[in-house]
Design a protein around this ligand. Structure first.
Ligand code: SF4
Length: 339
């Protein structure tokens, strides 16, 4: 780890000003990813800017137009166990609790969850080429061991996946990211926040220099009646998704009125295909229709030597998760879905 200095920002303006001054001034909140990155020499910091004391980007507020604003500094655990989130946005709660460990969820913040870096092993090994860590050096994963890597939206420069569970649910819920920066405040649709690697894999998202996340807006519709989050991974806990699916359905007399399906573990950002969601509208909530939607979602997927299995796995996971969303009982802890 390189030497760095440490300072506290007591308000958003100061945090923005400090991060805008130099790319080597890095924000720290929960520290669950940045400390690893510093320890492994993946990143360096001149100054760590601690934002934990900025009270106006913490907590949960109801919005006058409906929905909620959850603070960037609220921890993942505080968010998942908040009674309003549990009742109105159980999909988000379930996705958060599928991620990491209890200890990490107690420290990790919502803003940090959006900003975490990929867990590609080559990214963390500074002795191997990696375009994300060192642009232009090459991608070790494409011809290397690529079991955890992308099948959708990848480029010849990077096949990394975004590792969050929480963000898969936020994508399905059409969340909005609140941002403050040198030019003031702005909002970004969740689907526009993270980006695909294209020819600049060093950028994970569309934040501009000096901008920080201040909160996440949840629209009123939480799909609390029919939802499910399914995470498939190599270990039963404390492991990143090979494939995950967040599903929210609005049903009327057995017909689907609205469908949201987001995939995690398969791309550089949470993956949604509007065509597939539109296909389901006014259709029966049947396995056959979910399978057709799944085919649309993974259309164009390309796997590599060790992850080609993810294409079939993703299709099955989508169908299974949509069926689970029909059965609220399957969402209770310890319940076995009747499938
Ligand atoms: Fe680096 Fe991306 Fe290739 Fe992994 S997949 S080695 S993060 S460029």
């Amino acid at each position: 780890m390189n030497n760095f200095s440490y300072t506290k920002a007591n308000d958003v303006k100061t945090a923005v000003s400090l991060t805008n001054t130099s790319d080597d001034n890095k924000i720290i909140a929960g520290g669950t990813n940045i400390i690893d990155l510093l320890k492994y020499f993946v990143t360096e910091a001149d100054t760590l800017v601690d934002i934990n004391q900025i009270s106006d980007i913490n907590g949960i507020q109801e919005l006058p137009e409906g929905g909620l604003r959850i603070g960037a500094l609220l921890t993942n655990a505080e968010t998942a166990y908040h009674p309003v989130i549990e009742q109105q946005y159980p999909l988000l709660s379930k996705a958060i609790l599928a991620g990491a460990s209890a200890q990490i969820r107690n420290m990790a913040t919502n803003g940090g969850n959006l900003l975490q870096r990929t867990r590609c092993y080559y990214f963390y090994d500074i002795h191997t080429p990696c375009n994300k860590r060192e642009p232009g050096s090459g991608c070790s994963a494409i011809k290397g061991y690529n079991r955890i890597h992308a099948i959708l939206g990848h480029s010849e420069n990077c096949i990394a996946v975004f590792p969050s569970d929480m963000c898969v649910a936020l994508a399905a819920l059409d969340a909005v990211v609140h941002i403050s920066g040198p030019d003031g405040e702005r909002k970004l649709e969740f689907s526009d926040f993270h980006r695909l690697p294209e020819d600049a894999p060093e950028f994970d998202n569309n934040l501009k220099k000096g901008e920080i996340i201040t909160g996440i807006e949840l629209p009123e519709k939480g799909f609390a009646e029919n939802y499910s989050y399914l995470k498939l991974r190599d270990r039963a806990s404390y492991s990143f998704a090979l494939v995950s699916v967040a599903t929210g359905l609005a049903l009327e007399n057995g017909k689907i009125k609205e469908a949201r399906i987001a995939l995690g573990g398969v791309a550089h950002k949470p993956w949604r295909v509007k065509e597939a969601e539109d296909f389901l509208v006014d259709k029966d909530a049947s396995r056959e229709n979910f399978l057709q939607a799944a085919e649309m979602i993974v259309k164009g997927a390309v796997g590599f030597e060790h992850n080609i299995f993810k294409i079939g796995l993703a299709k099955k996971a989508i169908v299974r998760n949509c069926m689970m969303a029909l059965d609220p009982k399957s969402q209770r802890p310890g319940a076995k879905p009747s499938l």
